[in-house]
Ligand binder design. Structure first.
Ligand SMILES: [Zn+2]
Length: 448
């Protein structure tokens, strides 16, 4: 942030360098808010000429002719931002402009006359901000054109020199990996970019949660009240942190902040579906709803070779389990969970699913000694509605499972932990790859 503010104060053209999902484009778009709400322009001018300092010949002629009687238009700030995704097929004509021979012929003008110019995106961004995303993808020739405009204020189009003293803030984004993988930014252009600013992912889980809270669509308008427990938000966010640190996931392509955002949306949707199905008036997501959010996780990272062997879906499941373990460990640090673990060790088992109604979860859980008391420590206030209590119970069970204190089958049967003896038929070792792959979301799971 300070680097960004300094670049703006220094009137630098700048580039944001960072991995995907670090809000690079978002930052550039938000620059619009720093512009005046509206600025005076000469109406009809394609490059938004200032009435007191027009650039184009047509406007200069108009000002000379009409003087103070010249009509003035007002340009809102939203119209002063132009954005272009760089692709290799972008041409100088798209970016800067072209000479229009028909226009020239009709008006009886020489081709080199700027009145024959058909303006591209950059001149149309005059007196505004021009953002180019993924700059390295832009052909070297176009980058030279941009450099000329930055440096000299003129450009050659089809051999004709065109003078364009534009007043534009040029901002760019690039993924550092692309420097080598796809294209590169030509040195003279790089040299003309005043500031090179590295973006980053949220540094703390709390920052990440604030961003996800802001971006995720969770306020559903179906008339149901949403009560989203903090520990669910934390687990969702933790998945992104775990994924960014996981050596089976490609670090150079990064793990976008869109992962926790869309994951949270699916988690809420799964809870919403359950609430609708059982006529529950309040929607309370559970951490096991995360398994219904696999579609928003698996596509959002690139795997290293080792990860490919394990498969995206299994990696996502591992991430969820590790995230639950991390959040549970933080919240239940020093809390005695022995009573519940012993109940399972003595042969108790519990079968739940993500569609089990809240009342049923509570009824089943109350047979497990100490479980409801433990769940209350997840931060559920006394007298909380059943879905909130059920969610806390679910969190404790998944937490104990993540810490390997109890076991759980694919169909969410909870049983005794792996260290407990004797082994019973319902309990299983860590499921094999193939079994996990066949598991559709929503199947029951045994906790032992
Ligand atoms: Zn003009």
């Amino acid at each position: 942030m300070p680097q960004l503010v300094n670049a703006i104060l220094s009137r630098h053209n700048f580039i944001l360098l960072g991995l995907r999902g670090q809000a690079k484009s978002r930052i550039l778009r938000s620059l619009v808010d720093l512009l005046d709400e509206q600025v005076p322009v000469i109406p009809g001018c394609e490059i938004h000429d200032h009435p007191l300092a027009p650039l184009c010949a047509a406007c200069r002629a108009r000002v000379a002719r009409e003087g103070d009687a010249l009509e003035i238009g007002w340009l809102p700030r939203d119209a002063r931002f132009v954005e272009k995704l760089a692709t290799p097929d972008v041409t100088i004509a798209d970016m800067v402009g072209d000479i229009d021979p028909i226009k020239a012929a009709q008006a009886g003008l020489n081709l080199a006359d700027e009145l024959t110019m058909h303006y591209g995106l950059l001149p149309r961004a005059n007196r505004g901000i021009f953002a180019i995303n993924e700059l390295p993808d832009l052909a070297g020739k176009i980058q030279v054109g941009l450099f000329n405009i930055l440096q000299e204020g003129d450009v050659q189009i089809k051999g004709y020199p065109i003078r364009l003293r534009l007043d534009v803030l040029l901002v760019f984004t690039a993924n550092p990996d692309d420097y080598t993988a796809r294209g590169k930014i030509i040195t003279p252009l790089k040299d003309r970019i005043g500031s090179e600013i590295r973006t980053h992912y949220p540094t703390t889980r709390h920052h990440g949660m604030a961003i996800t809270r802001q971006e995720a669509w969770t306020d559903r308008d179906g008339g149901l009240r949403l009560d989203l427990p903090d520990y669910v938000r934390e687990v969702v966010e933790e998945i992104a942190f775990q994924a960014r640190a996981d050596r089976k996931i490609d670090k150079r392509s990064g793990v976008s902040q869109r992962l926790p955002i869309s994951t949270l949306e699916l988690v809420v949707s799964n809870a919403e579906r359950r609430a609708l199905e059982h006529g529950e008036g309040v929607v309370v997501p559970r951490v096991t709803d995360l398994y219904a959010a696999l579609p928003s996780i698996t596509g959002k990272f690139e795997l290293e070779y080792e990860g490919e062997l394990r498969g995206a879906e299994q990696i996502a499941r591992d991430l969820i389990r590790a995230s639950v373990g991390s959040v549970f460990g933080g919240r239940f640090d020093g809390v005695d969970t022995r009573t519940v673990v012993e109940w399972f060790d003595l042969g108790g088992s519990l079968l739940l699913s993500d569609t089990t109604p809240a009342e049923e979860v509570i009824r089943l859980a109350s047979s497990v000694q100490g479980l409801c008391e433990l769940a209350a420590r997840a931060g559920v206030p006394p007298g909380a509605p059943a879905p909130a209590v059920a969610s806390a119970i679910d969190f404790v069970l998944e937490g104990l499972y993540a810490q390997k204190k109890i076991s759980r089958t694919d169909d969410r049967g909870y049983t005794a932990g792996e260290s407990a003896a004797p082994r019973r038929s319902v309990r299983r070792e860590e499921p094999s790859l193939e079994e996990e792959f066949r598991l559709p979301a929503g199947k029951k799971k045994y906790y032992n």
